[in-house]
Design a binder for this molecule. Structure first.
Ligand SMILES: [Fe+2]
Ligand SMILES: [Fe+2]
Length: 165
């Protein structure tokens, strides 16, 4: 499925690992940076200004997550780390022309999983400053899930018209 290959979900890449070592952090930085392009591509395909705005907000915060992880990586290695071209090169985004409720639901679930992953990585992180950054990202992934839910509601035709009563 396109959504699982798109690498746009925030938990993409390493949802199962218990810790974020240096290499895993680098992978997550790239994943989070690509999240902005993913959400923008999603917003481009949605014909509802408010829904598109919510999705772009998520995207902006994914880039913020990447920058936060860069700080975490810098703390871990003990010097300022600049993003590499690999971290910044966007992954190919494969999305259908029209976005189905099922795809949005998959994205919502991935965001919730992303929060759980960040909380778990934070629990297993020795450096309290790094753990704090991971928790901040996690909390925002759950906010992203709420926004995706709001998008789903905005795109759902009102049920009242279908009710016989
Ligand atoms: Fe994220
Ligand atoms: Fe997210």
């Amino acid at each position: 499925m396109a959504e699982s290959e798109s690498n746009g979900s925030s938990s993409g890449g390493l949802p199962e690992s218990d810790t974020l070592d240096e290499e895993a952090l680098r992978t997550m930085i790239a994943t989070e940076f690509s999240g902005e392009g993913f959400y923008n591509a999603l917003a481009d395909r949605i014909d509802n200004a408010e829904a598109a705005r919510l999705l772009r907000n998520n995207g902006k915060e994914e880039a913020g997550h990447a920058r936060r992880l860069l700080r975490a990586l810098s703390l871990k290695v003990g010097h300022e780390v600049e993003p590499t071209p690999e971290m910044l090169s966007p992954t190919a985004i494969q999305l259908p022309d029209s976005i189905s409720p099922g795809l949005l639901s998959t994205i919502k679930d991935a965001e919730l999983e992303g929060d759980l992953s960040y909380q778990r990585w934070a629990e297993n992180e020795a450096d309290p400053q790094v753990a704090r950054l991971l928790r901040l990202n996690g909390r925002e992934e759950s906010i992203h899930a709420v926004r995706v839910e709001q998008v789903m509601a905005l795109l759902t035709p009102p049920q009242v018209a279908l009710d016989p009563a």
